[in-house]
Design a protein around this ligand. Structure first.
Ligand code: PNS
Length: 159
């Protein structure tokens, strides 16, 4: 039984994240999507709201669990006896940050492997930041987020 952990901020989950989750859920027996909770960094959604939105968006996938964690990712991975960390890689601009994180995690735990998956082309330019901005400016976000996320996002930004 191989377990993969997909960590992130997910503030909120968008179709690019969902694309990576769907791909990973076919590759590993058990997928844990983990919302990283950082007390110093507040977002638009609370960690619990993010978890609920991910759960609602992934309910069609039988092997996906959703939770949140605080502290170092390497500890969370170890506690959950996971085999790999999955991250999405969209463009060259993501590479430096992802490379830095993967190498830091490898230094903290030499057994931790990071695997990168690419979303499909239509999701490659998506980011939570940009989706929130479009929602705030009353643009159409239908094609970027699951419906349940759209409803909550519009509530938050007051559109
Ligand atoms: O969606 P994001 O913001 O790119 O995700 C970044 C995340 C949450 C995966 C990263 O910040 C993280 O792993 N945070 C947990 C704290 C940690 O382990 N930091 C050291 C490794 S970079």
């Amino acid at each position: 039984m191989k377990t993969a952990i997909y960590p992130g901020s997910f503030d909120p989950i968008h179709n690019g994240h969902l694309d990576v989750i769907e791909r990973a859920s076919k590759l590993w027996d058990r997928m844990i999507v983990a919302v990283a909770f950082n007390g110093a960094k507040t977002g638009l959604f609370t960690p619990d709201e993010r978890v609920e939105l991910i759960k609602a968006s992934t309910s069609h996938l039988g092997n996906v669990e959703v939770t949140s964690f605080e502290g170092l990712l390497v500890n969370f991975v170890r506690d959950n006896k996971a085999d790999v960390v999955v991250r999405g890689l969209r463009a060259v601009s993501d590479f430096e940050y992802e490379f830095q994180m993967a190498l830091m995690n490898q230094s903290l735990d030499e057994n931790l492997e990071t695997v990168f998956l690419m979303p499909s082309q239509e999701n490659i330019y998506l980011s939570s930041r940009i989706v929130k901005e479009v929602a705030r400016l009353e643009g159409d976000i239908d094609q970027f987020v699951p419906l349940c996320v759209k409803a909550k996002l519009l509530e938050k930004v007051g559109s």
